[in-house]
Design a protein around this ligand. Structure first.
Ligand code: UN1
Length: 500
């Protein structure tokens, strides 16, 4: 299949992929695969205005009926899974299996959202006053801006959009400028779902803006955008927060991770090795949930690390579109430079590095293939505290579990974490209030590859937002507390006497 076939299979037209000013290159070989027209700030403002009109209509549509649109979207995604998964792989460089996984996450969250559309439950609350009732209702919020990153160009949009749509909110996507094609293909899928849904899907309900930061800034600046949900780097999250704070707008932030695994003496090492390798080298170490730090008990260190180094040496690095490849390229040359710089710093801080360095340079001179690296560190030094979006696994030893947990929690980020242990005292301690400080804490599972049913997100510099499952839907709605007096008197709360 040629690259053009992959674009064609997603229905992307020449008008959308040629003649524009945004050059899109594939990390597979560094070649240009499209030149996409970019939207202007004026276009963004027009999109927001259409979104406001769409909100007026969409909030009146009953929630279960809104769910029917998301069901159609899920149906379309099922049909398009292979095509879209391949485009994800081509555009961001993750292996095809992981591209399919991303589309499956979209399908899963659509299913979740359809069920949710009949379960946007509020509360009834006991009033302290006689003849009074209280209730809490969830209403649609308004236009939602969804800013996404290159490493997951599909699923995070859908975690947000599927919930926002059933909650009664129009959505405007602003994908990474490195991966606009996937969002354009998703927009097409949405357009088909809306056409099949019929008249009560208003124009402007689901929109896409292609371009650079100024478009994200237009979303954060506008009072007509009730919520901005942003996935990406910590500096991006801080910029979004600062802009939104100026107008006290709502945000959901899903930012960096510096995810660790503690491997205890009782761990099943076979399982641990598989989990470590998938989570450290999957998506070439460019998931926000990628495993970056391995904290290993001293008694098993000399057993585990050589095994890992051996597995790393045998990993198949190559085109993400080819069956059998486990490690695709980094997104671009800058990412490779960042990886090399981090490894140099690791060495300067006393680390011993296995692997690393450029791979397949002759076959793909314009792409950024690298060998995944393991860096054995004498301690959790400065470089280990930073998130480098690359397949670098820092390894440290521990003696006492509490010290391992303290080490795990000592970084600025708080997204995902895990422990491999078959000792229930240890695992429960890890999950307790004195344990992991992350939004996600797993047992005998790596830190990446979360299911959609749980709330996804993390603490500290990860931004504190939650997306996807559990009650994350509430962030896309406004809560209304109503007290109704059905008596013939007007008692005041707190027993206050106020006679006029
Ligand atoms: C991300 O890297 O931005 O848990 C999201 C996971 C995926 C999502 C990752 N479900 O790895």
């Amino acid at each position: 299949m040629t690259y053009q076939h992959i674009l064609d299979a997603c229905g992307l037209s020449a008008a959308e992929t040629t003649g524009g000013t945004l050059s899109v290159t594939t990390p597979v070989d560094g070649s240009e695969i499209a030149r996409v027209p970019m939207h202007s700030v004026a276009d963004a403002e027009a999109a927001i205005a259409r979104g406001v009109d769409a909100f007026d209509a969409w909030r009146k549509v009953p929630a279960p009926r809104r769910g029917a649109l998301v069901r159609l979207l899920g149906d379309e995604l099922r049909r398009e899974k292979a095509n879209l998964g391949r485009l994800v792989s081509l555009e961001c460089g993750k292996i095809y299996q992981e591209g399919l996984g991303e589309v499956q996450e979209m399908i899963d969250i659509c299913d979740f959202a359809v069920g949710l559309s009949r379960q946007l439950y509020g509360l009834t609350i006991a009033s302290e006053r006689p003849g009074h009732s209280m209730r809490e209702t969830w209403h649609p919020l308004g236009v939602c801006g969804i800013i996404t990153a290159f490493n997951f160009p599909a699923a995070p949009w859908c975690w947000n959009a599927a919930l926002a749509l059933v909650c009664g909110d129009p959505v405007i996507a602003k994908p990474s400028e490195k991966t606009p094609l996937t969002q354009l293909a998703i927009q097409k899928i949405c357009d088909r779902a809306m056409a099949a849904f019929g008249d009560d899907a208003p124009e402007g309900l689901i929109q896409t803006l292609i371009g650079e930061r100024d478009l994200g800034a237009a979303l954060t600046a506008s009072r007509d955008v009730a919520l901005v949900s942003a996935t990406g780097s910590v500096p991006m999250g801080k910029a979004v927060t600062a802009d939104m704070a100026k107008r006290l707008g709502k945000t959901i932030l899903e930012l960096g991770g510096n995810n660790a695994m503690i491997v205890a003496p009782s761990a099943d090492l076979e399982m641990a090795v598989r989990a470590i390798v998938f989570s450290a080298v999957g998506t070439a170490g460019q998931r926000c949930t990628s495993l970056r730090r391995l904290i290993v008990h001293e008694d098993i260190y000399d057993d585990l690390i050589p095994r890992l180094v051996k597995v790393y040496e045998g990993l198949s690095i190559g085109s993400p579109l080819e069956d059998g490849t486990l490690v695709g390229p980094l997104i671009d040359a800058d990412a490779m430079t960042a990886m090399n710089t981090a490894l140099e710093q690791a060495k300067a801080e006393g680390g011993t590095v296995h692997g690393g360095g450029r791979a397949l340079a002759e076959q793909y001179p314009d792409a950024a293939y690298v060998s995944p690296a393991i860096a054995e560190m004498p301690e959790q030094s400065a470089i280990v505290h930073t998130e480098t979006f690359a397949p670098i696994l820092y390894v440290m030893k521990y003696t006492e579990l509490d010290a391992a947990i303290a080490m795990q929690n000592a970084v600025p980020q708080g997204l995902s974490s895990c422990i491999f242990s078959t000792d229930v005292r240890e695992t429960e301690h890890f999950l307790s209030a004195q344990g992991s400080d992350c939004g996600i804490a797993n047992v005998n599972i790596g830190p990446s590859g979360a299911e959609i049913g749980g709330a996804f997100g993390g603490e500290k510099e990860t931004g504190g937002g939650r997306e996807s499952g559990s009650d994350a839907w509430r962030a896309y709605m406004r809560r209304q507390t109503s007290t109704v007096n059905y008596s013939r008197a007007l008692p005041l709360a707190q027993g206050i006497s106020f006679e006029i």
